[in-house]
Design a protein around this ligand. Structure first.
Ligand SMILES: [Zn+2]
Length: 487
């Protein structure tokens, strides 16, 4: 699925010639590779694929909140003519991103981490800003110029092209890396747009601090909001100054923050991984709904999305992915998958994996693809795939590495593939997600004490301080609402 998205997006970009167009924000002439109608077509094509990749977060009141605020802000933006769509996707990652043509996505992870409506509105304005200032269009123009060859390789063998890249946070993000100047401009637009609908834009600066603390706390991959960011300290001060200036300019004397209203709205939101989408514990991947489990090689990272589980070692020298395979029988599944990936069989045999019927296949890229890889000075690749039948479904576990490394990785790949089995442990099958619960502090106290009285373990106090956008030593007046987590 991911492969189709990348192929689709890049193919659309490639068909497009360059032209000089007026930038809606600056009023200057920019070289653009996309006309407005091409941007809209790109967004229309990407949207269903993004929704399929992440899934929508099922919460009508949150979805209507982002829609309402988004449309309100779009009206006062520099491109009010576009048909915008605003959606919350079902991912625990903290992120927000925009696709050309007017499509904006927030994850449930970022929604859980905002502490008021104004923070949300600032980031919403920032993302709308990427669309109105046509940043992704510019970015794609540049990347085509700079890496035409590389991208062409991705189109020809999209799955294999992911080889060597870190297990990344999701597809849109692959496409959308903005320059620091673009991020700065979007910060300015975020301030302008959120002020225009009455919010205190300086709150956005505080949210950048939350992002930074989150990153330090977890050592996680950097959310794209921060990925090509201006210096964080600098950004914090700049946004505060811009917010003050914009409020004076627009004569906004009582800017809205909306803390309690926001917290009440997200009461009960799923926090962290949702077990029903699959979860990892001690390097074992469990899927309680599809009822299977398998081991992830030790020290490997992983990324789980509704479409696939992608895994790889930190040095990027191999990649493994679990997906559903097409076809009604094992033979058909193997044939169709290999054809889709442009692979030809080197060796194939029928096997049994913990009682489940399966086919194990070693396959290489077809000669035509290999030639193209060689022309681009990529090393020849080799794959091992297990197609495993479990109930109605056929699963494909594919490992990819260079032909040279293949023997080294063979045991790692097959060890993981042969660990695939039916999940029957009731404790794993019935696992519930954690949810945010909003509680009222009954009397004045510190955040640390409030967390303790809500039975939050000490080991999680720092995480919860970040989630609340506070320090553990902060004094809370009686009646303060705070976030805790509950099963
Ligand atoms: Zn941005």
């Amino acid at each position: 699925m991911r492969k189709n998205i990348i192929t689709g997006l890049l193919a659309s970009v490639f068909l497009i010639g360059s032209s000089c167009q007026t930038n809606p924000v600056t009023g200057k002439k920019d070289v653009m590779f996309m006309s407005e109608s091409q941007e809209i077509a790109l967004g229309k094509e990407a949207d269903p694929q993004i929704v399929a990749e992440f899934g929508l977060y099922e919460d009508p009141k949150l979805q209507s909140f982002i829609k309402e605020k988004g449309q309100q802000m779009a009206k006062v933006s520099h491109r009010s003519n576009l048909n915008y769509e605003f959606k919350i996707v079902d991912s625990p990652v903290i992120n927000a991103f925009a696709v050309p043509g007017g499509y904006v996505y927030f994850t449930r992870g970022i929604m859980a981490h905002f502490n008021n409506e104004a923070q949300f509105a600032g980031v919403l304005g920032h993302e709308i800003g990427h669309i109105t200032a046509r940043h992704s269009a510019q970015q794609q123009s540049k990347s085509i110029l700079a890496q035409g060859g590389l991208l062409l390789g991705m189109i020809l063998s999209p799955t294999i092209a992911q080889y060597g890249q870190e297990v990344s946070q999701g597809l849109g993000l692959l496409m959308l890396k903005y320059s620091r100047d673009a991020e700065r401009e979007s910060d300015e637009l975020g301030v302008e747009y959120s002020t225009k609908i009455g919010y205190d834009a300086s709150e956005m600066a505080d949210f950048f601090t939350t992002l930074q603390r989150k990153q330090e706390e977890s050592g996680q991959a950097i959310p794209s909001l921060l990925s090509s960011h201006p210096d964080p300290g600098d950004r914090y001060n700049t946004v505060h100054q811009l917010a003050d200036a914009e409020q004076k300019k627009q004569n906004l004397t009582d800017p809205k923050v909306g803390r309690n209203s926001y917290l009440k709205m997200i009461d009960g939101i799923v926090y962290g991984e949702d077990p029903k989408q699959g979860f990892v514990e001690n390097q074992v991947f469990y899927h309680p709904v599809l009822k299977f489990q398998f081991n992830i090689p030790s020290d490997w990272g992983y990324q789980n999305s509704p479409q696939q589980v992608q895994m790889g070692p930190k040095d990027g020298s191999a990649v493994m992915a679990l997906t559903l395979a097409p076809g009604a029988s094992l033979q058909e599944a193997a044939q169709q998958s290999l054809q889709n990936y442009g692979l030809q069989v080197v060796e194939s045999k029928e096997v049994t994996v913990n009682g489940l019927p399966a086919i194990a296949v070693v396959a290489d890229p077809q000669p035509q693809q290999q030639q193209q890889q060689q022309q681009q000075q990529q090393q020849p690749l080799r794959t091992l795939t297990y197609f495993i039948q479990h109930g109605e479904n056929i699963y494909s576990l594919m490992g990819i590495t260079t032909a040279q490394n293949f023997n080294n990785y063979f045991q790692v790949f097959s060890g993981s593939m042969q660990s695939f089995k039916v999940l029957s442990d009731p404790e794993k099958l019935n696992r519930k997600p954690e949810r945010i619960s909003i509680v009222t502090v009954p009397k004045a106290t510190t955040l640390a004490q409030a967390l303790r009285s809500n039975n939050m373990p000490d080991a999680r106090h720092n995480e919860l301080a970040v989630l609340n956008g506070m320090q553990l030593s902060d004094q809370l007046p009686a009646g303060t609402l705070i976030k805790v987590v509950k099963k």
